[in-house]
Write a protein that binds this ligand. Structure first.
Ligand code: ATP
Ligand code: MG
Length: 743
């Protein structure tokens, strides 16, 4: 009888209740987005512990991210208190690591072993490839590493790689040999990589029956979230552990399988029923998250995929259809960012919290325009699962080139790029430049010039250094003739930096190339390099403030899995962007289906509203490219969407007739000077602009005021850079335009 129910079961629908209370035997919960799978899993965990079916340490629960693990632990703690702490709850990696720490000796590691990051991994492998005489130009290290990783994802030690899978001619037919050598080398270093965490544990469980038996006995209950994205090694690990009590419950949704590029195998869902005969399957069909309109749209879209396990969603309890999906056509990228942020502000004025809104992008480079718009309007935002645009490695590198060109004394920039891409200026050469800089008391670039006049360097590095210094000079001279964007394109091209990433075979390299292209595009808004560099300082400054409190979320669709928001913005729904051309080039038909699942994930993150936008053109480098709305928009039936566009009103004017924001009244002219002025006025920085325009320069001894560091006295002037002894903050280098004369 319902009245007797324990409190955690109240509110569950009958199928959910089944999924929670059928605790014995294998159970698969296969259901669409927002049907309460994660909620079922959390409740099941609570139910098992609170009903004393098992002690907390006898339950193993796997989540897809550390954040999800934290959230689940918090929820369970809230219901059952500190007992929740003892549950084995975490990601596959975290849980495997815990086991490996305990049994490290069984695979030849000592318990204090270290875990290598991908840079270290590649360095180790590269050394081995060179030793073995494999041509690393022909067979890039990162590509060979990719193959090794996929082998590990499949649970294959060097001895287990099947004969037909050994990679043929790759790396001169020596892939397997390299894999073996790599594993041996890691052991000698008392280290392992991420893939090894599971692989080593699998080996231990296979070779040591007593260890396996102990874990099989310990874990009376096993729970797994986001099951559709497990890879084979993870699956094998689960299968071994679950053989003891066979109480394993996996929840997942084949329509949300979006990690096949990382080795995930949706076929694991089908294997489950085969490997666990007698498994019960529960289907949840009521969606508690989204409006009927959003569900209708998402279901219709995903029906275009073939080979689905097939299920439909209906809204739970909702009587109203809810708002239509708003599909909005804009002129270009900046117009898109303006439109989205305007919608956000309008919702915010109507009482919606910023934290209830998210922008979900297909690719990382798409965030820049939104970040800048949010900063301009002063809307707090949070980047989840990735770095803010200007913090990304390749953007910092590109910035370092521009900084050195603009300010030859910028030693940090010099050090960052002197040997990037590699031009044979090793530690010895750098050492010489440093010594000379110290002796002469001058910046590194200048010291490099004087080193060139000496014989300190061997001919090769000397030639390389000469080439570098001359290139910097050449670019500095071009500053007068080229606008910043053109200059950046020239520099990134001429330096070989862009080429370096284009040739790189690592999975993140194409994203970095896209970011660099976006970087060049973004520079078009600036009249001078100086303007741009100042802008970035302001952006970075503003960024650190936006971390906490009510803020909108910016993230990729991949990172959004499992999350929900009242309002979701889905920008860039154009062919080539989404579905992503690169993904299609690499993966064919199955890749298109994975893109569609990603679209399904995006739509189903929304509780109340979805805004889809698409631009009629985008700038790629210096060219305008016409864009076609994504086929996914067409796959959402008319009855669920409302299409509109502001492109018709534009008269071909690059979107300039649209007031670019309501608060600054800048109207038709949205040149950056005016925008920056408006930004500063909004930020209370008007006086800084005034100070810069009138003062023109400071001299040693002047009393000045800086907004961040307070009052101080100028002790050195170097072009537009000042060194100031601040009364409170001590000696700092500042840009003169950030400083005002003390009255
Ligand atoms: P996804 O596939 O996106 O991971 P999910 O199936 O894991 O989704 P949950 O996140 O568990 O779904 O639940 C979606 C939303 O519905 C949550 O806000 C959850 O609290 C709510 N919900 C789930 N079940 C119920 C219920 N029985 N009554 C009320 N709300 C519910
Ligand atoms: Mg979930």
């Amino acid at each position: 009888p319902v009245g007797m129910d324990p409190p955690w079961l109240t509110g569950l629908n009958p199928e959910q209740r089944q999924a929670v209370t059928i605790t014995e035997g294998p159970l698969l919960v296969l259901s669409g987005a927002g049907t309460g799978k994660t909620r079922v899993l959390t409740t099941r965990l609570t139910h098992i512990i609170a009903s004393r079916l098992a002690q907390p340490w006898r339950v193993l629960a796997v989540t897809f991210t550390n954040r999800a693990a934290r959230e689940m632990r918090e929820r369970v703690s809230g219901l059952i208190g500190p007992a929740a702490d003892a549950v084995w709850l975490g990601t596959f990696h975290a849980l495997a690591l815990r086991m490996l720490r305990k049994h490290a000796d069984k695979v030849g590691l000592q318990s204090g072993f270290s875990i290598l990051d991908s840079d270290d991994q590649n360095r180790v492998l590269k050394a081995l490839m060179e030793e073995a005489g494999v041509d690393v130009k022909k067979w890039p290290v990162v590509m060979v590493m990719g193959v090794i990783q996929r082998w590990k994802d499949r649970g294959w030690t060097p001895d287990q790689v099947p004969g037909q899978e050994t990679g043929g001619e790759i790396a001169g037919g020596r892939l397997l040999e390299l894999y073996r050598a790599y594993q041996a080398r890691l052991l000698a270093l008392n280290a392992c990589d991420f893939g090894d965490l599971l692989l080593h544990v699998l080996v231990i469980l296979r070779d040591h029956v007593e260890v396996l038996a102990a874990y099989q006995d310990q874990f009376r209950y096993i729970l797994v979230d986001e099951y559709q994205d497990t890879n084979t090694a993870q699956y094998l690990w689960l299968r071994l552990l679950a053989r003891g009590h066979r109480n394993i419950c996996c929840v997942g949704d084949d329509d949300q399988s979006i990690y096949s590029w990382r080795g995930a195998e949706v076929g694991n869902i089908l294997r489950f029923e085969h490997d666990f005969p007698g498994a019960q399957v529960v289907r949840l069909e009521r969606n508690y998250r989204s409006t009927p309109t959003i569900l209708g749209a998402a279901s219709a879209l995903i029906r275009n995929n073939t080979g689905r396990l097939g299920k439909d969603l209906r809204a739970a309890g909702a009587t109203e259809d809810g708002d239509p999906i708003r599909v909005y056509g804009v002129w270009d990228g900046p117009a898109e960012a303006r439109h989205v942020v305007e919608q956000m502000e309008s919702l915010h004025r109507r009482g919606e919290r910023l934290a209830s809104m998210a922008v979900l992008v297909r690719a990382g480079f798409q965030t820049r325009e939104f970040e800048e718009r949010l900063i301009t309007t002063g809307t707090p935002y949070r980047m989840v699962g990735g770095l803010r645009f200007y913090e990304r490695q390749e953007i910092r590198d590109a910035m370092a080139y521009l900084r050195l060109i603009e300010q030859p004394a910028d030693d940090l920039a010099f050090e960052r790029i002197i040997n990037l891409p590699k031009r044979g200026l090793g530690d010895a050469a750098l050492q010489t430049i440093h010594l000379s800089s110290r002796a002469l008391g001058c910046p590194l670039l200048q010291a490099a010039r004087s080193v060139l006049e000496t014989d300190e360097l061997k001919p090769k590095p000397r030639a390389a250094l000469r080439g570098f210094v001359e290139a910097i000079d050449e670019w500095a001279a071009l500053r007068e003739q080229m606008d910043p964007s053109e200059l950046a394109a020239t520099v990134l091209d001429g330096s070989g930096y862009l080429e370096m990433w284009k040739k790189d075979k690592s999975p993140e390299a194409p994203g970095r190339v896209e970011n660099l292209q976006e970087f060049i595009r973004g520079l078009e808004d600036y009249d001078s390099l100086m303007d741009f560099l100042e802008h970035v300082s302001l952006v970075m400054e503003n960024d650190s403030k936006a971390e906490s409190g009510d803020a909108v979320t910016l993230m990729t669709l991949h990172a959004a899995k499992g999350l929900e928001f009242d309002t979701v913005f889905l920008p860039g729904w154009e062919e080539e962007v989404f579905p992503n051309r690169r993904a299609l080039d690499e993966g064919g038909v199955s890749a298109l289906e994975e893109e569609r699942r990603l679209a399904y994930v995006g739509l189903t993150r929304a509780r109340k509203r979805v805004f889809i936008t698409h631009a009629s053109q985008r700038r790629i480098f210096r060219d305008w490219v016409m864009c076609v709305p994504s086929r996914f928009i067409g796959e959402v039936p008319e009855e669920f969407k409302e299409e509109d566009s502001d492109v018709g009103l534009m008269g071909g004017g690059r979107g300039q007739r649209e007031p670019w924001s309501s608060w600054d009244g800048a109207g038709a002219d949205s040149g950056w000077g005016q925008r920056k002025q408006a930004f500063r006025e909004k930020e209370g920085l008007t006086w800084q602009v005034a100070a810069r325009d009138s003062a023109g320069g400071f001299s040693v001894g002047d009393r000045v005021f800086h907004q961040k560091f307070g009052h101080g006295r100028v002790c050195a002037v170097d072009g537009n850079k000042l060194e100031v002894d601040f009364d409170k903050a001590g000696r700092k280098k500042v840009i003169d335009s950030f400083v005002s004369a003390e009255p």
